[in-house]
Ligand binder design. Structure first.
Ligand code: NAG
Length: 335
């Protein structure tokens, strides 16, 4: 019966402090008794619980600290202070059967609806991963994979319509390597592309595959030009599997001098830090062999250009292998 005494004592105090309370309907039930407790005063925790239940919360003094870090192999964390929201009825007030009963009991201990609780929040730390200016290649991922194949397509038809890039999915190459410098524009490069020795001089196919790493969020132009006899390229998932001549992003083929080589290009809006699958196939059927492949942005920055090693061409991602894994199938066993 001590709690009854507590309620009576408290209500007596309250009646003194507040002359009339016509709207108060304080039923001395188990719900109210749980809030009042056995002490002659209301516990601060009870008052706080009532306030967080009945009052609006307002966060003051919060500052957001944004920490920008370079991308590293360590998984970055994001620390945020959990938002403070209206609480449930506290466990000790289990006898308050619903929100109305609890609110009513809260009003009886002096917490009236409509107040505002001010919550001081120290700070919020948000960690932003800043994509690296060039991809991490410390795991040996620099450059595209490249393979050289015999070329069975040697007719001289303009536009090289019989050439089938998809044929090279299932025939074995006779050599493989990696390269970060694409494009063939000299006799020396044509005679020994990427250091390979063609099995038949100037009649061969090169199949390159990997990813283009975009360091900036911008629109990139992928351009293929000046091919003799054929070059085609694919981006996105079809570069990994499913590429065919019919679904190329672009091709350039040799035409007679009056009909110069076709320039093919696409524009892709890419995000900084993204890895875009890329495949490039080049074929020469004899004589001069050449092609140029470039990636640049509207500001004129060249990411891939002839005559220079590109740090943006990789075989896979070192930091995030699940996002850009090494091509799964070996050359000659592709689909
Ligand atoms: C784009 O990326 C390159 C390489 O990281 C950098 O040199 C260049 O300044 C970037 N351009 C913009 C507009 O940020």
């Amino acid at each position: 019966m001590l709690f009854i005494a507590g309620v009576v004592a408290f209500l007596a105090i309250r009646a003194t402090a507040q002359e009339s309370c016509e709207t108060c309907r304080c039923t001395i039930d188990n719900c109210l008794q749980e809030l009042v407790g056995t002490l002659p005063f209301i516990q601060q925790t009870t008052v706080s619980d009532c306030r967080s239940f009945l009052w609006t919360s307002s966060t003051v003094g919060a500052t957001t600290v944004t920490v920008t870090i370079e991308a590293t192999a360590v998984t970055a964390t994001s620390n945020t202070v959990p938002a403070v929201t209206a609480t449930d009825i506290p466990a000790y007030a289990a006898a308050c059967s619903n929100a109305a009963a609890y609110s009513s009991a809260c009003e009886c201990v002096g917490v009236i609806t409509g107040g505002t609780t001010f919550i001081q929040v120290e700070s919020t730390t948000t960690t932003v991963i800043k994509p690296a200016a060039t991809p991490d290649t410390s795991c040996g991922s620099a450059g595209l994979e490249v393979a050289i194949f015999n070329n069975p397509y040697v007719s001289a038809t303009t536009g090289y319509p019989e050439f089938s890039p998809e044929h090279f999915k299932n025939v074995a190459p006779y050599d493989t390597d990696k390269t970060d410098a694409v494009g063939i524009n000299s006799a020396a490069e044509m005679n020994n592309p990427h250091g390979f020795t063609p099995a038949t001089a100037s009649i061969y196919v090169l199949n390159y595959r990997g990813f283009f790493y975009s360091p900036n969020t911008t629109t990139y132009t992928f351009r293929l030009s000046n091919a003799d006899d054929y070059a085609g390229f694919w981006t996105g998932s079809k570069a990994q599997t499913g590429w065919t001549r019919a679904n190329e992003d672009g091709e350039s083929t040799y035409r007679a001098p009056a009909n110069p080589p076709i320039v093919a290009q696409i524009q892709l809006a890419l995000t900084a830090g993204e890895y875009t699958p890329l495949r490039l196939i080049f074929a020469n059927r004899g004589g001069t062999g050449k092609y140029t492949f470039e990636v640049f942005d509207s500001a004129g920055f060249n990411y891939v250009e002839y005559g220079a090693a590109s740090p943006f061409l990789v075989s896979y991602s070192c930091l995030n292998p699940s996002e850009a894994p090494a091509y799964a199938d070996p050359f000659g066993g592709e689909s």
